[in-house]
Write a protein that binds this ligand. Structure first.
Ligand code: 5AD
Ligand code: SF4
Length: 453
């Protein structure tokens, strides 16, 4: 979601005459968009800020101004502290107020030189009217795009800071989402990933009076009607919101990727209860059975936390046994990081760092072996892949498989933006190597030669 938000922040500044730059030395405005989900993410902010402070200082000697803004969830949670620790920061803004960036930047520039405390801006409000109503039309050159449909969370898992930093659950109206999707498609986008912290809790109204609310499943059916839209994904889901209707959509909707990121966090019922996850291990396994019954090709990925307060060896073994039982093809796993203000942070029996590290190593080894095994099982299969970027090596292009694996293929540059059938020939831990599946070789080498020329 931060990738989506970062793009939107740049979009709102374009009417002021700004454009993107990759070179921080040239930037008149630098925005650091931050994540507060774990300690490591927040730590990065201050080391990065030091770098931009130096650049700001150097630019100043040449008579150039630089506005530095800190956005996102660290800003939301630690706004005052950021201003105190980093005196060269001009603007601190939370994730719900970035539609106001033009005014903030204008104000920061007008106060430039005053160097007083009052010249600095802190806007960590939760506005009643959602920012989406004030954002300009999206523009993109990408073929695969994110689209935020839902934000915030009311679940209050005891480890998680999201309900405090992103705020209460909010779903965008259906027509606004359809119109943003159409706009993305008119820019050339072919795949859309719907985003939400708790995306399957989506419950959006229609603008048309009396139409009631739409569920995520209904939204997916609505979006699938857009002819040029080739593939839909959605992330991240909560097991408790996997409704029968949504599970059924996985069997019915051809445009829905056969892949679902469904975080489970732990395989132990005791830990799940203390995490306030609202589901048991068996509930999770049952959902997977239903999903597989609807679509036998569906594969899963998940998130895991090790070392949550009170996690015993037995609890941890339950997580390992869950991983052994479910064919996860990818996963993210983390050491529990106490987040200020969350119930988990003040729970008894915090787990020592070395135990967390040891458990993480063990879990990741198991998850990696499963990922690798799945990648190896893909060798010889044919997959449709949207080639959307240059590959690792010269002459290669890359894209994502339906299962989110990175796939590399030798291909002419003008194949970027095309969906092609690829035959997988090589499996690595984090990617696949492939060749074109149904393109005659003679034609293929001709294309390559033409490209070389
Ligand atoms: N510590 C460790 N991992 C966390 N996550 C969320 N909060 C924490 C925390 N305090 C992980 C969860 C979530 C993912 C986005 O980040 O696994 O699903
Ligand atoms: Fe955080 Fe997800 Fe739990 Fe919401 S459902 S509190 S975003 S982990």
């Amino acid at each position: 979601m931060n990738v989506y938000d970062s793009r939107r922040m740049a979009d709102v500044l374009i009417p002021l005459g700004y454009s993107y730059t990759d070179d921080p030395k040239k930037a008149e405005v630098v925005i650091l968009n931050t994540c507060h989900i774990r300690e490591k993410a927040a730590e990065k902010l201050y080391s990065e800020l030091g770098r931009y402070a130096n650049i700001k200082e150097k630019r100043k000697t040449k008579g150039r101004t630089t506005v530095i803004a800190v956005a996102g969830c660290v800003a939301q949670a630690e706004g005052e502290q950021v201003l105190r620790r980093a005196p060269y920061v001009d603007i601190v803004l939370g994730p719900q107020t970035y539609h106001r960036l033009p005014q903030m930047v204008t104000r920061a520039l007008s106060k430039e030189g005053e160097n007083s405390k009052s010249a600095r801006i802190l806007d960590v409000d939760f506005p009643v009217e959602p920012k989406f109503d004030y954002l300009p039309e999206v523009k993109t050159e990408a073929f695969s795009a994110f689209l935020t449909v839902q934000e915030g969370c009311d679940k209050f898992c005891t480890f998680c800071v999201v309900p405090y930093t992103r705020g209460a659950e909010y779903s965008r109206p259906v027509e606004d989402i359809v119109s943003e999707a159409r706009q993305l498609i008119s820019c050339g986008v072919k795949e859309i990933t719907l985003l939400g912290q708790n995306v399957n809790a989506y419950n959006g109204r229609w603008h048309s009076v009396g139409s009631g609310a739409a569920s995520l499943a209904q939204l997916l059916y609505e979006l699938a009607k857009i002819e040029k839209l080739e593939l839909l994904r959605y992330t991240t889901s909560h097991p408790a919101d996997m409704t029968d209707e949504l599970i059924h959509a996985h069997g019915e909707l051809d445009k829905l990727a056969p892949f679902l990121h469904l975080p489970v966090q732990s395989g132990s019922n005791d830990v799940l209860a203390r995490m306030n996850r609202r589901h048991s291990r068996d509930d999770y396994l049952r959902i997977i059975d239903f999903l597989k019954a609807e679509n036998p090709n569906l594969k899963l990925s998940s998130d895991f936390i090790v070392g949550f307060p009170g996690e015993t060896d037995e609890d941890f073994l339950a997580t390992l046994s869950l991983v052994a039982e479910v064919d996860f093809v990818q996963a993210f796993s983390f050491k529990y990081s106490p987040r200020p203000g969350t119930p988990g942070a003040s729970m008894e029996n915090q787990i020592p760092e070395e135990v967390k590290s040891e458990r993480l190593t063990q879990l990741q080894a198991l998850l990696m072996s499963k990922q690798r095994r799945f990648n190896e099982a893909c060798v010889g299969t044919v997959m449709p892949v949207l080639l959307d970027r240059p590959g690792r090596n010269f002459g290669q292009l890359a894209g994502r498989s339906p299962y989110m694996q990175a796939v590399h293929v030798t291909a002419p540059a003008d194949y970027i933006g095309k969906r092609v059938n690829l035959k997988v020939e090589a499996a690595f831990t984090n990617s696949l190597g492939a060749v074109f599946a149904d393109t005659p070789l003679s034609f293929w080498s001709e294309k390559l030669e033409r490209n070389d020329g």
